[in-house]
Design a binder for this molecule. Structure first.
Ligand code: HGY
Ligand code: MN
Ligand code: MN
Ligand code: MN
Length: 418
């Protein structure tokens, strides 16, 4: 077969689980934290190191590598007919602070493993196959999340994304420049036939139901808000309790309100994950608080009406405390119902491989939500141990990593040859 270079029937092609594990273990060393997680914040030195390694691995298997204006890294494997819209798969290399060794990077390494398998088996596909690392999917250092896939599909403006700053006032554009990944290729979608994202579930469902492959029907809508409160700072000792304008107390009541409203709708989640208190000294009544609100649900309208309730409640609380309130709608991405044909491909691939599967919804946001707006898209999940993610103990089994990647291989080969 090697001599003739013919591609074997790709139905019985399988990935190399050992090699996939080694790549994930190597990547987990970049930004490794003492308690077994990773910290590879977007556009940090750790992100750069992992990007450099990913690019070198792409070149090893003769992929054409392109870097676009948002630092998205694409590895292209030409198909027989380059005029046809490509088949793509990718995820993200950046992580949360004290994040896990699988979130994002598993989808990039899984896509790489598919490319390596095609390369070593000299499989020729009809369509180009492209794999991608999306810059700053997490949105933790520079809000919002999925910013670069958002620019790529034309939903977010490149220069707006460049101007987003981190807590130290560094802009995303400067940091892209600093790590040498501010490419010149326009961050603009090319024609796509299908996009698959391989990812850990980041929740408890697959483990709870004892299933191997998660098949999301889509991703919840994600809405992000930033709340700024201004109080009246004072010495904690001499200032009587009556008449204080304590903005941290006001914030505490608002955080309760987020939780209360989010409980109203079954499928909804509402969270305050980030809070900054100024000047944050134990013997000063604070003069400023900034906190974030993340609201998600399957129905965009539910999330919007929940936000309106929260905002009204915030105003009542602020007025009661005499606290100045400023609310910003920072970012919204609509819910992403995936392409039924591609979702069927995932279900059928899992079936033909003999893996159990579970049809579900993704509560976590993914770049696939944006790609879904311009091309058929679907995702493939594997179980997260204990349903944990965005934590250092995030864990998936190597066996499930291999199985999820076999499903990706079969889906991509099906889509790349139709
Ligand atoms: O927020 C999310 O769900 C993703 O991790 N960016
Ligand atoms: Mn992720
Ligand atoms: Mn994440
Ligand atoms: Mn993602």
């Amino acid at each position: 077969r090697e001599e003739k270079g013919e591609c074997m029937s790709w139905k019985n092609l399988r990935v190399n689980g050992r090699r996939l594990q080694e790549s994930l273990e190597t990547m987990a060393k970049i930004g490794a934290t003492p308690s077994g997680g990773v910290q590879r914040l977007a556009l940090s030195d750790e992100d750069k190191a992992a990007r450099d390694l990913f690019c070198s691995w792409l070149k090893e298997i003769d992929c054409e590598v392109t870097i676009d204006e948002m630092g998205n890294i694409f590895g292209h494997r030409p198909g027989r007919n380059r005029a046809l819209p490509a088949v793509m798969s990718g995820s993200h290399i950046d992580s949360q602070p004290k994040g896990g060794r699988f979130d994002g990077i598993f989808g990039v390494m899984g896509a790489l493993e598919v490319m390596r398998t095609l390369h070593e088996n000299r499989v020729q596909t009809e369509r180009d196959i492209v794999i991608v690392d999306w810059t700053n999917e997490e949105g933790s250092r520079f809000a919002p999340a999925m910013v670069s896939s958002g620019v790529w599909v034309g939903k977010l403006e490149r220069d707006w994304a460049y101007a987003r700053t981190d807590i130290n006032g560094k802009t995303q554009g400067e940091e892209l420049e600093r790590i040498g990944y501010k490419g010149t290729v326009p961050a603009k979608a090319f024609p796509l036939h299908a996009n698959y994202e391989l990812h850990i579930e980041q929740g408890p469902m697959l483990e709870r139901y004892g299933k191997t492959i998660g098949v999301p029907k889509g991703v919840l809508c994600l809405h992000w808000y930033d709340i700024y409160l201004t109080g009246t700072a004072n010495q904690v000792g001499p200032t009587p309790m009556a008449g204080r304008n304590d903005c941290l107390l006001a914030a505490a009541e608002m955080i309760q309100a987020v939780n209360k409203v989010a409980h109203i709708q079954g499928d909804m989640v509402g969270t305050v994950g980030e809070i900054h208190n100024f000047p944050n000294s134990r013997n000063i009544i604070p003069d400023g608080v900034h906190f974030t609100v993340d609201v998600r649900s399957w129905e965009d309208a539910h999330a919007l009406s929940a936000w309106e309730m929260m905002a009204r409640e915030f105003q009542v609380i602020a007025d009661r405390h005499g606290t100045h309130l400023r609310m910003e709608t920072t970012w919204r991405v609509e819910r992403a119902p995936f392409n039924p044909g591609l979702v069927d491909n995932v279900l059928e691939a899992a079936d033909s491989l003999g893996y159990s599967s579970h049809y579900m919804v993704s509560g976590a946001g993914h770049d696939c939500s944006y790609i879904n707006q311009i091309a058929p898209a679907a995702m493939i999940f594997i179980p997260s141990k204990g349903g944990r993610s965005h934590v250092e103990v995030e864990e998936s089994s190597w066996e499930d990593c291999e199985k999820g990647t076999n499903v990706l291989l079969q889906c991509m080969l099906k889509s790349a040859n139709e």
